[in-house]
Design a binder for this molecule. Sequence first.
Ligand SMILES: [Zn+2]
Length: 156
Amino acid sequence: MQGPELKIRIRIWKRLIKQLKARGDQTRESGAFLLGKPDGREISDFICYDELDPASLNSGIIIFNGDGYIPLWEICRKKKLKVLADVHTHPGNWTGQSGADQRHPMIAQPGHIALIVPDFAAKRNQLLENVGVHEFLGEGSWRSYRETDRIIQLIK
Ligand SMILES: [Zn+2]
């Protein structure tokens, strides 16, 4: 069984944060699936929710239609990648999970990691400080980590 530790290059993280910020426009949540090689733990690519389901951001909180998984699996197949984690933004600095976040894991597989970025990802130089890290354990339960637990690391 693989541990939950994930790595992501700073360059990709910054590109991701920029996209989340732009798509949320500081008024609504946005999010993305984080992809990597099936046998690895490094996030090497991402795809934003609204690229898969254009209406997913419209209500202000993310409501991702199940049809959006069809193009997602197609992209994963073509690129030979799998979903390692997901990320979404919250307004303000609270990065705990909402009831809906807990009830609806984007990928309902034990070990799946859900990240939550504060302030609609609009903070200057947003790295991992204060990013919520939550691991799905199965059957509706989750474990949350602190940044100091180093579950996700930025690498050069
Ligand atoms: Zn949330």
